[in-house]
Design a binder for this molecule. Structure first.
Ligand SMILES: [Zn+2]
Ligand SMILES: [Zn+2]
Ligand SMILES: [Zn+2]
Ligand SMILES: [Zn+2]
Length: 158
């Protein structure tokens, strides 16, 4: 079974005449008045927890996410399996758990965040410039060579 989806959690009440159901978390019988229903199974309110942060998914009142047999809250699911966006330099996807560099609306892999002319990397405190969506170091920005090239032969760069 491939599990990779968003599921809603609902609180259901046990009808007094019904037989107690088994909890999918601890395998014990559910004798509480309320139980949770999710993933087509029943759970104690305390047994439906996020595999990462242990938060109670029933009390979050909402949705759970499953992937590779893990049950996760939305926050952890996005942290582990979500996507931050596409790197503005190499245009590959950046998974949400990776550290990224941000410049204006752009995100970059750490490795991709370098001057796109001389490949110089930046340290904390270094100045960088964004020109035509390219990251430039101060030298290349002020030298202005790339701007002349772009203005000179615009078609070839498209
Ligand atoms: Zn249980
Ligand atoms: Zn969590
Ligand atoms: Zn990249
Ligand atoms: Zn440079």
């Amino acid at each position: 079974m491939v599990l990779d989806k968003e599921e809603s959690v609902s609180l259901v009440s046990l009808q007094s005449r019904e037989k107690p159901r088994g909890c999918a978390g601890c395998n014990g019988k559910i004798r509480d008045r309320f139980m949770l229903q999710a993933l087509d199974r029943y759970w104690h309110e305390d047994c439906l927890k996020c595999a990462c942060c242990d938060c109670h998914l029933g009390r979050m009142g909402s949705t759970l996410y499953t992937r590779a047999n893990l049950i996760l809250c939305r926050r952890d699911y996005l942290r582990l399996f979500g996507v931050t966006g596409n790197c503005a330099a190499c245009s590959k996807m950046i998974p949400a758990f990776e550290m990224v560099m941000r410049a204006r609306d752009n995100v970059y892999h750490l490795d991709c965040f370098a001057c796109q002319l001389c490949r110089q990397r930046f340290c904390v405190g270094d100045k960088f410039f964004l020109k035509n969506n390219m990251i430039l170091c101060q030298l290349d920005y002020e030298g202005g060579n790339i701007l002349m090239t772009i203005n000179y032969r615009p078609r070839q760069l498209l």
